[in-house]
Design a protein around this ligand. Structure first.
Ligand SMILES: [Zn+2]
Length: 206
């Protein structure tokens, strides 16, 4: 937790209203929280707007896999689904598991996609536990904008690690949540752990 405290101080040092940015101008899953840190200075997000419509051209979950892992903030690429850092995290290590296909409804996934979505969700939990020892998780999908989906057109499963005390007073009184970790650093740590996990499993199968 020392790491969190240290980064938190650094990232909130300039936490004036001037440092807050409008989340609607960035790709990802927007919510009502303002944020005190600015990982969206990275090339991935520069100039990217919230989707103007629901086409694949406007969809951040369709464009991310075409980028490098670093630029796309991709943690793992499976056969039918991939795992990406959420640009609008509710908490450190907030991952999204998405099908490559631009499909909105869980019902419309193929059997293979549905199976891999589940497997990658479980793997994300294993990797998060190894990397940051969360005390619990929130898992889930918002189906449709009315249910809270920021990018309703492209299905995404949230994997949100939780720690005791992580829901502090800030979101309640100020609609502000400090996420004390830069997304690029988190991606690197999770991707490294993910691939090490796979190698260790393959080693144990041999
Ligand atoms: Zn899409």
């Amino acid at each position: 937790m020392d790491r969190h405290a240290e980064d938190s101080q650094e990232s909130t040092a300039s936490g004036t209203s001037a440092a807050m940015e409008d989340t609607r101008t960035f790709a990802g899953v927007p919510d009502s929280f303002h944020r005190l840190w600015t990982p969206h200075r990275m090339a991935y997000i520069r100039g990217e707007a919230k989707p103007a419509d629901e086409t694949t051209q406007e969809c951040p979950f369709c464009s991310a896999p075409a980028r490098s892992d670093e630029d796309g903030l991709i943690v793992y690429r499976g056969d039918t689904c991939f795992v990406v850092m959420n640009l609008f995290p509710y908490n450190s290590g907030h991952l999204l598991v998405c099908p490559y296909r631009h499909v909105s409804d869980y019902v419309d996934l193929t059997a293979d996609e549905r199976q891999e979505l589940g497997e990658l969700t479980a793997m994300a939990m294993r990797v998060e536990r190894q990397v940051s020892s969360p005390h619990g998780f929130n898992l889930g999908m918002n189906q449709g904008a009315i249910a809270g989906a920021g990018i309703a057109a492209h299905l995404h499963q949230h994997v949100v690690p939780r720690w005791g005390g992580d829901a502090n007073f800030l979101p309640i009184i100020a609609q502000t949540k400090a996420v004390p970790e830069l997304l690029g650093d988190a991606r690197t740590r999770l991707a490294t752990a993910w691939h090490a996990f796979i190698e260790s499993e393959e080693g144990s199968d041999a």
